[in-house]
Design a protein around this ligand. Structure first.
Ligand SMILES: Cc1ncc(COP(=O)(O)O)c(C=O)c1O
Length: 505
């Protein structure tokens, strides 16, 4: 480990290119890449990243890993073994943590529900499973939380609420790669005071402050604004509302290209100075919620160039076999790209040129499938080059926020159910039809299109597979283990069905 570098500074796949590419049949490799991208994983890197992060911030508070960044069980288990905390944005992430062994006691102490605009059902299930730490920035969220606490007979005092603040002036964002969080998240100073009063009216209290400067914020001074706001509000809330607040959650946003020591050396003295200015001691707990910094270097994507077009205004459009449509939020995330061309069956590395620039797209037929705009590429990526589609690309830093499946199924963004109008009318009027529709919809998304076969499968489900009954289907999308079992069950049963009913005809 080099203390002057962030974890993403090294690109093993590109650096060891000679070693792994020498025995490879280049044409075969490209042929494979034209069908599917490779995701090369090194999940062990997360151990080293966590230890290094912990050395900088672990003595001041809990390091919560933001699960949505990468919900691989290996990553979650490795972090659990180290005693890390976790930040979740949806209930499904908590399910994954539970599947990976997180206990109720651990959950109550070390899980933050960081999404401030939550679904009631998620709040309820999270409370039942032990979550007590919630971030919030709006009264609707607090009202729902309060209703669920009352209904579940949970003591209001056990709930730790952190108010999420703006990360910069007005709705200007921090300058990380991610979007302007302030357009949607956070409150300003006056808004925070108002919210605190409403929280007190609900017999709850404010436990801490948080803010997020934008994912991949290279410059540590992007935390300054939030820190100053938190210090001022800590003083004001004590003076005006008699609330003692001793937690500051710095959230995530750390850029994996930057050594974490650089953030520590700027942020910790900044906190001391800002709190001192308000006549306050350092907060007792300085928590963090890193996502990208801990996992970006755990995965590398390898795809192939499909096409290069030059627009009238000279913009080059490079289309790859992988992109947002297959691999989640790759857009504008500051990933690094290396290009290799195949000549005479052997791959060689291409040099990027700052004066040759392109927009990099995935396969979906829409502008939104853009990984990067206006980035340096090698000049060989030109439509006149007869080898232009014999280029493959290695995308570094894809360990964070690049899992399409996770985002859809695991991280709670369950795709809408697919039903036709007649089925829709039926399924909203009866539980049985609803379950059936859910199975059909799942099957269709899994590439199992035979609707009648699905009906047949559902009919047989309860007798054939003890673990999954028709009545449980509604829970299944929240439960990775059951989902896996159901998936396998569907595949086997469709195979049986086809064998029995189609193959014999
Ligand atoms: C509340 C919260 N905490 C932590 C994170 C993790 O951020 P990052 O991956 O940039 O460290 C996010 C990401 O959006 C977030 O919304």
């Amino acid at each position: 480990m080099n203390i002057n570098e962030g974890p993403l500074t090294h690109h093993p796949i590109a650096e060891h290119f000679e070693e792994w590419s020498a025995p490879v049949n280049g044409n075969k490799f490209l042929e494979q890449l034209s069908r599917h991208a490779y995701r090369v994983c090194n999940y062990d890197a997360v151990d080293e990243n966590y230890d290094r992060f912990y050395d900088c911030f672990g003595n001041y508070g809990t390091v919560h890993f933001a699960v949505k960044a990468n919900a691989q069980p290996h990553v979650l288990k490795a972090l659990m073994a180290k005693g890390a905390g976790f930040e979740i944005a949806t209930y499904s992430e908590l399910r994954l943590l539970i599947e990976s062994g997180l206990t109720k006691d651990y959950i109550s102490k070390k899980v933050n529900f960081g999404q401030t605009q939550k679904e009631r059902a998620d709040i309820r299930k999270a409370l039942i499973d032990g979550v007590r730490n919630f971030s919030t920035d709006n009264i609707h969220d607090i009202r729902i939380l309060n209703e669920e606490i009352e209904d579940l007979d949970i003591n209001n005092e056990d709930i730790n609420l952190q108010i999420r603040l703006f990360n910069a002036e007005g709705n200007r964002s921090g300058e990380g790669y991610s979007q302007s969080f302030n357009k949607r998240y956070g409150v300003n100073g006056g808004g925070a005071m108002q919210l605190a009063k409403e929280i007190l009216d609900y017999d709850m209290t404010v436990y801490g402050f948080t803010f997020h400067p934008g994912s991949g914020s290279e410059d540590p001074s992007l935390w300054d604004y939030g820190i100053e706001q938190a210090a001022q509000l800590t003083r004001k809330m004590k003076e005006e509302l008699d609330i003692d607040i001793n937690t500051l959650n710095l959230s995530g946003g750390f850029d994996p290209l930057v050594p974490i020591e650089k953030y520590r050396d700027h942020i910790l003295p900044k906190i001391e100075q800002a709190y001192q200015k308000e006549g306050l001691p350092m907060p007792e707990h300085i928590d963090t919620e890193p996502g990208r910094w801990l996992v970006a270097n755990t995965e590398v994507l390898i795809g192939k160039v499909s096409n290069i077009k030059i627009n009238e205004d000279g913009t080059r459009i490079v289309t790859l076999t992988t992109g947002v449509s297959e691999n989640g939020t790759l857009t504008g995330l500051g990933l690094a790209y290396d290009y290799f061309i195949l000549r005479y069956g052997r791959a060689e590395r291409l040099m990027k040129r700052e004066d040759v620039r392109a927009n990099i797209h995935g396969r979906a037929c829409a502008d939104f499938d853009v990984l990067e705009e206006d980035i340096a590429i090698p000049d060989e990526l030109h439509p006149d080059n007869p080898l232009a589609d014999k280029v493959f690309v290695v995308i570094h830093g894809a360990g964070a926020y690049s899992h399409y499946m996770e985002r859809n199924f695991w991280c709670g963004i369950t795709p809408p159910m697919k039903v036709d109008y007649d089925d829709f009318k039926k399924c909203i009027t009866s539980d049985e039809n609803y379950e059936m529709a859910l199975v059909n919809s799942y099957a269709e998304r899994s590439g199992l299109p035979l609707k009648n076969a699905m009906t047949f499968i559902t009919d047989r489900t309860s007798e054939k597979i003890g673990a999954i009954k028709g009545s449980q289907i509604a829970e299944i999308l929240d439960d990775p283990q059951l989902l896996k079992e159901l998936g396998m069950h569907l595949l086997h049963t469709v195979a049986d069905f086809v064998h029995d009913h189609v193959a014999q005809k």
